[in-house]
Structures are given as structure tokens and as C-alpha cells.
Design a protein around this ligand. Structure first.
Ligand SMILES: Cc1cc2nc3c(=O)[nH]c(=O)nc-3n(C[C@H](O)[C@H](O)[C@H](O)COP(=O)(O)OP(=O)(O)OC[C@H]3O[C@@H](n4cnc5c(N)ncnc54)[C@H](O)[C@@H]3O)c2cc1C
Length: 295
């Protein structure tokens, strides 16, 4: 299928992009990697009359670290994050999540910001973004603002971004403790969207106690979800088998899945429990491997 005809604008600055969005309103869409928008246009689910291409805007691609944390520019590809070895020590969840997204072709074009803006409840970055307590930097006709992860996703394919606003970057706070992370994903076949995805990010103090915990869930609700009660149960604790079991049950309660061709709601909820327990167990082994024997 071919998309409906559209005008194509290859803008050179964020201001030019915002101006185009303001002029064309809901008829215009920005395009980053095109890996969600183009399939929707080909299926005629979306038919914007103007496409505003962000890829020639200088300064939107790449990532930088500073004292506050990590800033990932809006046109940074999934593949660039998958290969970002220097991030392994402070942002291991990024490296754990990126390889699970689609296939190398999609990862070479698609972007984290595009994935968040698209707000597919089954997307992998949504769960990781929540677990990491990220923020998006947004620019629009009224200026710039940031939106925290908990306020960003509103409903299925819906965010709190206005139609004339653009995500310029994703920000992740610098960890307060030593980070350990994992991403677990059940998929029907390699490269598919998640049946269930679980992002776990723990920040551990020098005594091996959890100082900060993030549990993000993909594909088990109308939007990516966080599991706040499960996270709270981890704070100040050393991981143990029993604690992992208790936290996993709380995380499963936070899920809000529906039955579909990928599985029943009960199965998906139980997979959240299994993945959280399994993920915490693997993190416990890593944390204990780093602790001196006497700790
Ligand atoms: C075959 C296939 C398999 C896939 N499998 C997975 C998977 O397993 N897991 C997964 O998470 N994803 C998967 N995806 C989706 C993929 O990750 C997309 O790359 C991603 O969802 C969208 O990023 P993009 O840069 O391509 O955005 P685009 O397609 O360019 O845009 C998507 C939407 O976001 C908006 N947008 C883009 N950038 C911005 C911005 N900076 N500011 C404001 N709005 C913006 C666009 O207007 C559009 O509405 C798959 C895609 C395909 C084609």
C-alpha cells in the first residue's frame, strides 16, 4: 500500500519545525525514523498532509552526559544506543533494552524520542523510560518545558505533548547509587512487539541496599506502566529470594492487561510476576558478586 499524497518539509532548525506544525496544525506530523509513522501512513491509519522531517536539524542527534545525567537527542537511533558502550556503567538499562527493539533494520532508523511520542503501550522504551524516571525536553511555540515520565503517557497512543510541540531530547537522571538493570521481554517471534516486557532498574548503595528502584511494564495496560508499590517494597532492602517473590506479586497487581491474540490477561499478569522475580534474582546475583564477602 502507498501512503496518501503529502507535502514533505526538510527543516533545518527546531524553530522551523515548530513553525510548520503551528501553521498546519493537526494536518502536519514530524517524522524522525519513520518506523512507526510510515507503516501507519501506508496502511492509511494516518494521513498527514505535511511531513516535517527532523533529520537535518543540527544538534538533535547523539547523546551527552553531564553532572545532572544523560541527554539523548531526539534523532538518536535505537542502534546508536545499542552500541553506546560508555553508558553501560551508569545507564545499563539503555543497553539492556535497545537490542530487544524490533530488528537491526528498524533499530538503524527508529529513535527513542519517536517511540515515546508514538506511545505504543507495547513499546520497549516506554517501560525503560518509566523505570529510569526520565523526562522529555519539549519545545513549542510557547517555549520549552520538560515532562516527567509519570506525566507523559496519557492513554493508548496518546501523550501529554501538544500537536505543535516537539521532543528535542530525552533526559535520564544520574544514578544515586550503583545501577544494576535488566530488560525481560516475551515475544512471539524475534523482532516482534512484546507480549509482556519488564524493565528493572535498581540503584544500590555501598552496603548493597536498594536506594532507588524502577519497575516499568510494557504491553500490560493502555499505556506503559510503573509499579510504585513494588518499587517501594525494595527501598532500603537487600535483595533476597523472598523479597523478590513479594515484589513480583506487587508488580503483577500493578499490571492492567487485556486478553488478545498474544495471550490472556491472566497469562500476561502472571508473566509480569515471573519476569520481575526472575529479573530481581539475576540482579541479586550481580549485586552479591560485587559485595565483599563480609558485607
Ligand atoms: C517491523 C517493526 C517492528 C517493530 N518492533 C518494535 C519492538 O519490538 N519494540 C518497540 O518498542 N518498537 C518496535 N517498533 C517501533 C520502532 O521502535 C519505531 O522506531 C518507534 O516506535 C518510532 O520511532 P521513529 O523515530 O521511527 O518515529 P516515527 O515513525 O518517525 O514517528 C512516530 C510518531 O512519533 C512522532 N514523533 C517522532 N519524533 C518526534 C519528536 N521528536 N517529537 C514529537 N513527535 C515525534 C511522529 O510525529 C509520529 O507520530 C517496530 C517497528 C517496525 C516497523
Amino acid at each position: 500500500m502507498f501512503p496518501a499524497p503529502f507535502e514533505y518539509l526538510a527543516v533545518r532548525s527546531v524553530e522551523e519545525a515548530i513553525d510548520a506544525l503551528a501553521r498546519h496544525g493537526y494536518d502536519a506530523k514530524v517524522i524522525a525514523g519513520g518506523q512507526s509513522l510510515l507503516p501507519m501512513m501506508k496502511l492509511r491509519v494516518a494521513a498527514p498532509s505535511v511531513l516535517v522531517d527532523l533529520n537535518r536539524v543540527e544538534g538533535l542527534s547523539g547523546w551527552q552526559e553531564d553532572a545532572q545525567g544523560l541527554r539523548i537527542g531526539a534523532t538518536t537511533r535505537h542502534a546508536a544506543l545499542e552500541r553506546a558502550r560508555p553508558l553501560a556503567e551508569r545507564y545499563p538499562l539503555i543497553l539492556a533494552t535497545a537490542p530487544w527493539i524490533a530488528d537491526p533494520l528498524v533499530r538503524n532508523r527508529g529513535t527513542m524520542a519517536g517511540s515515546l511520542a508514538h506511545a505504543d503501550p507495547a513499546a520497549d522504551w516506554g517501560a525503560a523510560f518509566l523505570a529510569l524516571r526520565g523526562q522529555v525536553e519539549v519545545q513549542g511555540p510557547q517555549g520549552t518545558r520538560s515532562i516527567g515520565a509519570d506525566d507523559f503517557f496519557v492513554d493508548i497512543f496518546t501523550t501529554s505533548l501538544a500537536a505543535d510541540e516537539i521532543i528535542t531530547a530525552v533526559r535520564l537522571p544520574r544514578p544515586v547509587g550503583h545501577p544494576e538493570a535488566t530488560y525481560l521481554k516475551l515475544e512471539r517471534k524475534v523482532g516482534d512487539f512484546a507480549v509482556v516486557g519488564v524493565a528493572l532498574n535498581l540503584e544500590v548503595d555501598p552496603e548493597g541496599r536498594v536506594a532507588q528502584a524502577g519497575i516499568g511494564l510494557a504491553a500490560v495496560g493502555p499505556k506503559p506502566l510503573r509499579a510504585p508499590q513494588a518499587e517501594a517494597a525494595l527501598i532500603g532492602q537487600r535483595l533476597s529470594f523472598n523479597l523478590a517473590r513479594e515484589v513480583a506479586a506487587l508488580a503483577a497487581e500493578a499490571a492492567d492487561p487485556t486478553s488478545d491474540q498474544r495471550g490472556s490477561a491472566a497469562f500476561k499478569r502472571d508473566m509480569v510476576r515471573v519476569f520481575v522475580q526472575r529479573g530481581l534474582e539475576s540482579l541479586r546475583q550481580r549485586i552479591e558478586g560485587r559485595q565483599p564477602a563480609s558485607a
